[in-house]
Design a protein around this ligand. Structure first.
Ligand SMILES: [Zn+2]
Length: 220
């Protein structure tokens, strides 16, 4: 896949953020690493989702510096770049402020693994990352330090929102969608009682089956 193909993939995937209700205004972004190149494609800053096109996507190097594009890259570009520099297996990164997941982030509380779908997709809880201000590598560092060595492809950055990763941008979008879905369900479950944990062995079995046997999925 070359730069132009990745421009189209990344542009099209932003429609999924809208379709699944993960974003308000322009606050959410998808990026995709260009295979074999030290480049990634990301959303332009401040452009509304229905104005996005392959042509107005922005191409950056792995330092987050602009390589191609008429617009400035997303204000979250430094975080995406940090992830690509430090996690070579990652081919896609997504950031959203989706409501239920961000509500867990606002409390600094990880989403406990109480659904088989969570064991399948996240292999356990969805962890919380540190509080970090935008503007330097702090957010990227928090994402990488939390997700490295963790099965979850999504992290709830404290007081902020979700960062998710995948082998490609579509897998990262799927993780963002599933993160919001289970954050909502576990929130609802909490309203009437205490959700029941799933035994560690069962989590492991579910995760292994889903990642290695079910379908052809292998996100990381
Ligand atoms: Zn944000």
């Amino acid at each position: 896949m070359n730069v132009d193909a990745m421009r189209k993939v990344v542009s099209d995937l932003h429609a999924e953020l809208v379709r699944y209700g993960l974003v308000a205004w322009t606050a959410g972004n998808v990026s995709g690493r260009v295979p074999g190149e030290e480049l990634f494609v990301i959303k332009p800053s401040g452009v509304s989702y229905d104005e996005l096109s392959p042509e107005n996507m922005v191409v950056c190097d792995l330092d987050g510096d602009l390589v191609e594009g008429a617009h400035a890259p997303s204000s979250d570009t430094a975080a995406h770049a940090y992830v690509y520099r430090n996690m070579p297996e990652v081919g896609g990164v997504v950031h959203t402020h989706s409501t239920y997941a961000s509500a867990w982030a606002a409390r600094g509380e990880s989403v406990p693994c109480v659904l088989t779908a969570m064991a399948d997709e996240f292999g356990g809880e969805i962890p919380v990352g540190p509080f970090a201000l935008i503007g330097d590598d702090s957010i990227g560092q928090g994402v990488v330090s939390t997700l490295k060595g963790h099965r979850s492809p999504a992290v709830l950055m404290r007081n902020h929102g979700v960062f998710s990763i995948g082998k490609d941008p579509k897998a990262a979008v799927k993780a963002a969608v599933m993160c919001e879905d289970v954050a909502r369900t576990v929130h609802v479950a909490r309203q009437l009682g205490t959700p029941l944990p799933i035994a560690r062995d069962d989590v492991d079995r579910l995760y292994d089956r889903y990642q290695n046997v079910y379908g052809q999925r292998s996100p990381r």
